[in-house]
Write a protein that binds this ligand. Structure first.
Ligand code: GMT
Length: 378
């Protein structure tokens, strides 16, 4: 099959899922065409089945706001025609689903029908999508998609609750490549970060408000008052500077390190003892799944899709959003010498339920069904 994948090329979860999915499909022999404004971060190699088409966003003096959506729609039209694509898979509704709709209409006027599958990832529904400046377009383009998937039951439920959507939504959870995300022996690395045998806590995110970085710091501050511990914060974003300032104020700079964006996150996770995800919202929590695959238990909130991933009392614990005290107590419990191995083991076992080989056929089935239905329509 020739598949066009449209996504954000950043370190964000939707871009990661889209890119890993494309790479796995390419390995199975599909021809994958990424149509993005930059080379996706996780697209770290090319193969004979992977193609990359850059969306150029031109600015003209008249345009105060250059239109990504129009450039993307035009690029999709071009790639579908010249590469003879069979289907498009757009990740993140805004504005990828509406751009795909526009491209489909343009191509239909030229006698070409290109169906598109939309995957909802989270903030495209729970935060940005709900905003009245986007809502009508989001509702329309979800309903106009040839097929729609969401990464959790919770996100599906929220989509029906907040949007006037009649389209069936199939839940296909996120997945993990266990050949890449596995515990690696990095003892020298652990000794360098924790020379006195401290416990290592870790947080990875895009440092947006929704991630509640202040809670990460507060939980850690309480933990390190009880046991020797260090914290690594991986990623970057608007809340990073404030978090760094908080660390300075709490005199934590010796035990908290901000590493910025890192490609080989599995190396950090391999030496970590506990993952912190106190998010306000999280439709799935891919970063937590990556941690679990590296045998790291998870302290998270119980919001959105997190209860579909983190098993309370087994792979970690969940608390109400903002309940720093509860998250701290649970963190201490997990980090006890007698408890930690059991949590690590369960975290890995749970991650194994989300392996690529289980999830990939679900997407392939959606493509097959969509193609069949679109042939009937024609
Ligand atoms: O978490 C983010 O802010 C990034 C966002 C994205 O769209 O890239 O992540 C969303 O999609 C991920 C992949 O499906 C999910 O694992 C994240 O839970 C989800 N984020 C939120 O719902 C806040």
């Amino acid at each position: 099959m020739k598949i066009g994948i449209i996504c954000y090329p950043t370190f964000g979860g939707s871009g990661v899922v889209a890119t890993e999915l494309g790479k796995a499909l390419a390995q199975k022999g599909h021809k994958i065409h990424f149509i993005t404004y930059d080379q996706p971060n996780r697209l770290d190699y090319f193969s004979e089945n992977i193609f990359y088409h850059k969306v150029e966003i031109r600015s003209y003096p008249l345009f105060k706001y250059p239109s990504y959506e129009l450039s993307l729609a035009s690029k999709i039209v071009h790639v579908v025609k010249y590469e003879k694509l069979d289907i498009l898979h757009v990740h993140y509704a805004i504005p990828h689903a509406s751009a795909a709709f526009m491209a489909r209409q343009i191509l239909a006027s030229q006698g070409i029908y290109i169906p598109f599958v939309t995957t909802l990832h989270g903030t495209d529904i729970t935060l940005v999508g709900k905003d009245e400046s986007y809502e009508p377009v989001v509702t329309f383009s979800i309903n106009e998609s040839d097929a729609v998937t969401s990464v959790s039951e919770s996100l599906k439920k929220e989509t029906y609750e907040y949007f006037n959507v009649s389209k069936p939504i199939e839940v296909i959870p996120n997945f993990i490549d266990l050949t890449r995300f596995k515990k690696q022996k990095k003892d020298h690395f652990k000794r360098a970060i924790c020379p006195n045998g401290e416990m290592l806590l870790v947080h990875t995110s895009n440092f947006r408000k929704v991630k509640r970085i202040e809670d990460v710091i507060m939980i850690f501050d309480k933990v390190r008052r009880e046991i020797p511990a260090k914290l690594l914060c991986v990623g970057d974003g608007p809340e990073r500077q404030r978090a760094e300032t908080t660390c300075q104020e709490l005199k934590l700079t010796e035990c908290v390190r901000f590493l910025g964006e890192i490609g080989e996150i599995e190396e950090i996770l391999s030496v970590s003892d506990l993952f912190l995800m106190p998010s306000e919202k999280e439709s799935f929590g891919l970063a937590a799944l990556e941690a679990m695959a590296c045998e790291v238990p998870v302290i998270s909130t119980n919001t959105g899709g997190l209860p579909e991933l983190n098993i309370h009392g087994e792979t970690g614990f969940m608390s109400e959003v903002g309940d720093v005290e509860d998250m701290f107590r649970n963190a201490l419990y997990i980090l006890k010498e007698d408890n930690l191995p059991r949590f690590k083991e369960k975290a890995l076992l749970r991650a194994k339920e989300f392996t690529l080989d289980k999830i990939l056929p679900k997407y392939e089935a959606v493509y097959q069904k969509t193609l069949l239905e679109s042939q009937i329509k024609c």
